[in-house]
Design a protein around this ligand. Sequence first.
Ligand code: FAD
Length: 465
Amino acid sequence: MPAPQFPTPPAAAEPLTVMGAGLVGSLLSLYLARRGHSVQVIERRADPRRTGVQEGRSINLALSDRGWRALEGVGIADDIRRVGIPMYRRVIHDAQGQLSFQPYGQNGQAIYSVSRGGLNQALLDLAEADERISLRFQQQCRHLDLEQRRLHLLDTATQQPHDEPYTRLFGTDGAFSAVRAALQKTDRYDYSQHYLEYGYKELNIEGGPNGEWLLEKEALHIWPRGEFMMIALPNLDGSFNCTLYFPFEGSNSFAALETPQQVTDFFQRVFPDVLPLLPDLTGEFFRNPTSSLVTVRCFPWAYRDEVLLLGDASHAIVPFYGQGMNAGFEDCTVLNQLLDEHGDAAWPLVFNEFQTRRKPNADAMADLAVYNFTEMRDRVADPRFLLQKKIEGKIAQQFPGHWTPLYSQVTFSHTPYAEAWANGQRQDQLMAEFMAHIQTEADYERPEVQALLREKLAGGAPATA
Ligand code: FAD
């Protein structure tokens, strides 16, 4: 792959501040530095490369095309691909331990299981190697003064508060952003947060005695149970990171499982095939935190041409489409493209276009993420839904350019999320018409079905952009 091209440092190169050295902040700092700016990155945590400590969240993440493109932009995609595990299909485990399979894409398309900590550390290593970037850990932003352009920081090692000025600030400090909190106090600021009634808990399937994978390795495993579900993503050491998405309250819920025996009985009843693979189930269940799932929407993302929010700080979404990080990485790609188009001195224009272009896509992605929760916990267990997916695969093959499955548009393309979502809704309506004539896979070939497909797809306007 050719080395990424960055413009000659602009005359207007200036000191920039990035708040938050998570996935998006560390990648953003690289993009900005390679444009010639000097960048300081301020992070509340200690350096994870020294402490080995990772912040809760998830241990591994699904990385897909939007994320890959952003990593390619700073020349790190190949390194990450070497330590990622491709997941070519969903493996669906029913309550009797029977398996069914659903490919994610076509012709070898895969999403990749990557370690959150490993990816963050690789980005921090690159940032540290760039002399234009300074990384400052254990500096927590407590609040900021937008008028005076001053940060109020706490040195968490010494507990000393201190103030400092900033010139231009990028808020990549996550779903509970302190930078966003300052914007929220400005006039007519739109903000909402919505919690699901579901929480999540991480559990661990150990590798086999020789580090082998005890479930199919190159797959994302799902145990859909209607009201709740568990998923597992593979790690390099043979283990799988499982996440149980479960209601907080109710008959089947975190609140209802109070004792080790209740947990074991519950897993025996609903996840019998995975129980033997979870040797420390009850220990982990009561030790590991139960975390909540939030969607955050807000606007504007920019304050004058002085502050800009990116990543979860501007659009935290629930994790069911595996797109939160990918969307945050795409923010970096789009910001870089706008700087290419307008130049590094045109901050007001760039900030404004960035938020205008990205906001509808972030909103669409937030809706898609909730939509996919229903699909994963419920619909993938329905034989009719699986038939529909097979039929969709056939349609996509027979009418290329007229039909791209929604999942592929979101995951394996750079189609703006809002466009993908609109296309997907249109296709859903058409699919309902087709499925009314289809009871088995063989029905796809029936002349009346083929005629309907041709009428709706080949003759009419493309169903996808
Ligand atoms: P964060 O990763 O939250 O980083 C923010 C950084 O800012 C942190 O380092 C934090 O310490 C720092 N910070 C916070 N406050 C302050 C402060 N006041 N001062 C200084 N520093 C501060 N996305 C995917 O694409 N694929 C997936 O498969 C996927 N799975 C997920 C599974 C779960 C269970 C969850 C919860 C999320 C998942 N996501 C996934 C979403 C993904 O984790 C986020 O979208 C991504 O981490 C956002 O990156 P960020 O850098 O914007 O925020």
